[in-house]
Design a protein around this ligand. Structure first.
Ligand code: SF4
Length: 344
């Protein structure tokens, strides 16, 4: 399938490109994004997309059109309806036109990713254009990956815009800060992620299955679980990661287990949980130990566990019935590092 992906900016493209590639579709990115105010903002979004598409090796076409005059002439006819009367149509029509002129057989858009755009209008408008131009419309509700894409874009350090694009949405960015003003969906800020909380868990046994993913022996887990504190990192009510902390003496703790649910892995949540726990415990305790396998040493050193303590030779062979694997590595020794909780 030769798919042209209308693209408004780099952050919105992250999840859409990943998703299409996962499905075996290699999109061509098509930048056509008039009436972004001011010009420096237009340029910042365009240049970031140029860099990003280059970095992930995706074919990208940039069609320049700042389009301020046309936008002003059209938008002023009905300011409140400017998105559906002018802004979406001008982008989407041009995308289908370009696709037709250049032999593409399918079209989609990153506008379907934003939780702030009029999704239903965009979908039905593209269905209409698809019939008109005889080109397939590849519909995906990219909104389901909004936070995944948002977090990845942040991690990549992509330029994150603070409003939709036109001068009116830029104005609403400031109005929205004022609780007296009614909010307007057409002007937005990058939303806040659902609130993350760290909570102490009492019903520890309910979490055994998840703990087993980091420490595959129930017997071993039971050796430390009852005497430890268990904490959960949650997003709203959804469990993300848990950590088990054992009190060794008046000044020392040991991190016995930390694990993140599979669908949340590699997104920095374990780091977030650990940082929060170290921050809280440093009021009363001086250091935290962690015993780990060779593979995980770099992760812990990055989190401040930078002092080597000791190695327990053949720990995994002597204490586990079955061979323990960590990726390619067969675990043998348990290596201890510590973090100075008071260190700034
Ligand atoms: S608010 Fe966004 S979609 Fe609506 S006209 Fe402005 S830039 Fe276009």
């Amino acid at each position: 399938m030769k798919l042209l992906l209308h693209t408004c900016c780099a952050p919105c493209s992250v999840y859409c490109i990943d998703k299409l590639r996962e499905e075996g579709i290699e999109p061509t990115v098509y930048w056509f994004n008039p009436n972004i105010h001011p010009y420096t903002e237009y340029r910042a979004r365009r240049d970031c997309l140029k860099e990003y598409t280059k970095s992930i090796n995706v074919n990208a076409i940039f069609e320049e059109n700042y389009g301020l005059d046309e936008f002003c002439e059209e938008a002023v006819k009905d300011l409140k309806a400017r998105c559906v009367n002018y802004c979406y149509p001008v982008r989407l029509k041009r995308t289908f036109e370009y696709a037709k002129e250049n032999g593409y057989d399918a079209v989609s858009t990153t506008l379907l990713y934003s939780i702030y755009q009029n999704h239903e209008f965009i979908k039905s408008y593209m269905e209409k254009l698809s019939k008109e131009y005889g080109i397939e419309f590849v519909y995906r509700d990219f909104r389901e990956g909004f936070w995944e894409g948002h977090n990845k874009a942040k991690e990549l350090g992509l330029y994150m815009q603070k409003y939709c694009g036109c001068i009116f949405s830029e104005e609403m960015r400031y109005y929205n800060r004022n609780p007296i003003q009614t909010s307007n969906n057409n002007g937005y800020e990058i939303p806040k992620e659902p609130r993350m909380q760290v909570k102490k868990i009492e019903n520890k046994e309910d979490y055994i299955d998840l703990l087993l993913e980091a420490d595959p022996s129930k017997d071993m887990i039971h050796k430390y679980l009852n005497d430890s504190d268990v904490y959960a990192l949650k997003k709203e009510d959804e469990l993300i990661s848990i950590a088990v902390i054992l009190h060794i003496d008046r000044k020392t703790l040991e991190l016995k287990n930390i694990v993140t649910k599979e669908n949340y892995r590699n997104k920095g949540y374990a780091k977030t949980l650990l940082k929060s726990l170290c921050g809280n415990y440093k009021q009363k305790y001086d250091r935290m130990l962690v015993g780990t396998t060779e593979n995980n040493i770099p992760f812990y050193v990055k989190q401040g566990f930078d002092k080597y303590e000791k190695t327990i030779k053949n720990f995994f062979i002597d204490n586990y019935k079955e061979e323990i694997k960590d990726g390619e590595l067969t675990c043998t020794d348990l290596i201890y590092y510590s973090k100075d909780l008071k260190k700034k």
